[in-house]
Ligand binder design. Structure first.
Ligand code: DAT
Ligand code: MG
Length: 138
């Protein structure tokens, strides 16, 4: 079958809370393949590229601050329709509204911060996926 790739990040909140294994377990249980995996603290320069579409929004600076606050886990995930599939696993951006059964709905909440600490990132299109994989796995 044709394969697709997506970039998944277990964000610093997920890492700190010890949820990395739980997130990776759900990805594997769904049937996707972990093609690449690493732990690193995201640097501002690459975060600015990664989140370029959000520059100027009220949560942009808090987002970069939060994302560079500690280690995160980066994964290249593979499988037919894995971009759409992982975003379904992740659930809605706001973890309070995310449905139970999803990563954000089961494991996340609103902590009253300016930025939504929502455990995971997943690319939103094939173009974003290839662009983001290029940034973090150059
Ligand atoms: P997603 O991560 O679901 O693709 P996004 O690309 O719109 O969401 O936003 C990137 C991140 O920025 C998101 O995971 C959390 C944060 N964020 C988005 N919208 C926000 C908002 N209205 N208030 C606070 N943080 C927000
Ligand atoms: Mg996004």
């Amino acid at each position: 079958a044709q394969s697709e790739r997506t970039l998944v990040i277990v964000k610093p909140d997920g890492y700190r809370r010890g949820l990395t294994g739980e997130v990776l377990r759900r990805i594997e249980a769904k049937g996707y393949v972990l093609a690449e995996l690493k732990v690193a603290t995201p640097d501002r320069e690459r975060l600015a590229k990664h989140y370029a579409e959000h520059e100027g929004k009220p949560f942009y600076q808090p987002l970069l601050e939060f994302m560079s606050s500690g280690p995160a886990t980066f994964a290249v995930v593979e499988g037919h329709r894995c971009i759409e599939g992982f975003r379904a696993l992740a659930g809605a951006t706001d973890p309070t509204a995310a449905l139970p059964g999803t990563i954000r709905g089961d494991l996340g909440r609103d902590w009253g911060e300016k930025v939504q600490a929502n455990i995971v990132h997943g690319s939103d299109s094939p173009e974003s996926a290839e662009r983001e994989i290029g940034i973090w796995f150059a």
